[in-house]
Design a protein. Structure first.
Length: 139
């Protein structure tokens, strides 16, 4: 009998929790990406320019990360590429957009960065398109 607070995780629970983590973080990030997607589709390119490439390119890159890569994460497709792009986006937000702001403004993008970094190194789990197409898929 395993103790309630034991250190051994069951593989099926790990894969289920990776799915839950991917879905949860993507759903919350979509609340940031959807408004940017709507701005782009309506032709409103007013946006900050944190890294000096212009408002329109900054908006499009942020929208692609927060909206497009979140959709990829939901599917678990190209997970490591999607999380890498999202990690870069969170770094830009933390360092450039909120660089001089108090920690409270940086806290949320840092939490997202931590989650994306975890998914980058661990991977999407077997309940994903990537897991389904990998050579290690058990089915």
């Amino acid at each position: 009998m395993n103790p309630l607070f034991g250190t051994k995780a069951s593989p099926s629970a790990v894969h289920a929790m990776l799915l839950l983590l991917r879905l949860g973080v993507s759903a919350t990030m979509l609340t940031h990406g959807w408004p940017k997607f709507m701005k782009v589709t309506t032709g409103n390119f007013e946006f900050g320019d944190p890294i000096g490439i212009g408002s329109a390119p900054s908006l499009i890159l942020s929208m692609l990360a927060e909206f497009g890569c979140s959709l990829l994460l939901i599917l678990g497709f190209q997970t490591r590429l999607a999380t890498l792009i999202l990690m870069i986006n969170m770094l830009v937000i933390t360092v450039f957009a909120h660089g001089s702001d108090p920690f409270g403004k940086k806290e949320m993008p840092l939490l997202y960065l931590l989650i994306y970094t975890t998914l980058f190194f661990i991977g999407p789990g077997k309940y994903s398109v990537d897991g389904r197409t990998s050579k290690t898929w058990p089915g």
